[in-house]
Design a protein around this ligand. Sequence first.
Ligand code: SAM
Length: 169
Amino acid sequence: MLDVGCGPAMLLERLPAGVEYTGFDVNPACIEAARDRYGDRGRFFCARVGEETGAIGEGEYDFVLASGVLHHLSDADASHLLGAARRYLKPGGAFVSIDLVWCERQPWLSRVLTSLDRGGHVRTEEGYRRLAESHFSEMETWTVSDHLRLPYRHFIIRAIGTPRAPGAS
Ligand SMILES: C[S@@+](CC[C@H](N)C(=O)[O-])C[C@H]1O[C@@H](n2cnc3c(N)ncnc32)[C@H](O)[C@@H]1O
């Protein structure tokens, strides 16, 4: 799997030992912490979305995750992430993202907590959907209220990598 914006790769705590894990993040301290803690359990790269290392490898992943990342990215960078995720996937592989969302009938505490988040690009459900639809034709989305104990609302995208036409970007 590829974990985009992996932070210190804490996800490895919850993955079975056999999972082949690659993670990258723009924050060098996160990548250093991941390497110190998890060593050869994965490959860890310091890279910014849009400036990824060629070592990540296109068409190689069954699963690409972007957990808590899209809402930190401008539309241009988020669109790059989604397009790159599709290219990184094997045909039939799955992309999943999860992010804070603005939605209708959102409780006031949820709105306050979301407005305090450091990610400067929290979107509406439609905003996330529109970005993803330009890269993936097959996808499902959900808004959930139980991802964390605090009453945030999170938007989940699950999209399937499809074979690309020859010459397509
Ligand atoms: C909320 S944290 C999520 C970390 C991890 N995915 C998780 O779920 O625990 C967002 C992460 O995205 C990374 N990030 C933000 N902008 C990025 C960019 N342009 N390129 C790569 N990583 C980025 C941050 O450094 C941070 O580690």
